[in-house]
Write a protein that binds this ligand. Structure first.
Ligand code: THU
Length: 136
């Protein structure tokens, strides 16, 4: 079941994702990503991508944001906002979809850009039949 998210909360989350994106450490790709997660009480948790000279150790913005929320004791994420400065908004990578699904398979996803090319979808659409705890 999807929870309704107020316009004000959505705008706060987008503003946070746009802001946090500028903290991305992406000297290898120069591709800066910002993410903001919203929990069931409207709290916001942010993350940016953190690259490494050993490229495979790079952490995506969305997974950093899941770490932020988890560290602060929340996993009940209902919205993930992802911001990239691209002509069309980019969707979370496959690894991030899997990690997000551990929080809530049904969360809403808003992919957007600093100049607001918004694309809405759900994690169900991005990762159908996700592998989860019930498969173990
Ligand atoms: N990246 C993210 O932060 N999130 C995604 O969903 C896709 C990719 C980052 C990883 C890397 O730092 C850069 O974007 C280029 O792949």
């Amino acid at each position: 079941m999807q929870q309704t998210i107020s316009h004000e909360t959505i705008e706060r989350a987008v503003a946070e994702a746009i802001r946090i994106r500028t903290n991305a450490y992406a000297p290898y790709s120069n591709f800066l990503v910002g993410a903001a997660l919203v929990d069931g009480d409207g709290n916001i948790y942010t993350g940016c991508n953190v690259e490494n000279a050993s490229y495979g150790l790079t952490n995506c913005a969305e997974r950093v944001a899941v770490g932020t929320a988890t560290t602060l004791g929340r996993r009940d994420i209902i919205l993930c906002v992802v911001v990239t400065d691209t002509p069309a908004a980019a969707a979370p990578c496959g690894a991030c979809r899997q990690v997000l699904s551990e929080c809530n398979q049904h969360m809403q996803i808003l992919c957007t850009t600093p100049d607001r090319n918004d694309v809405w979808c759900t994690l169900d659409e991005l990762l159908p039949r996700a592998f989860g705890p019930n498969d173990l």
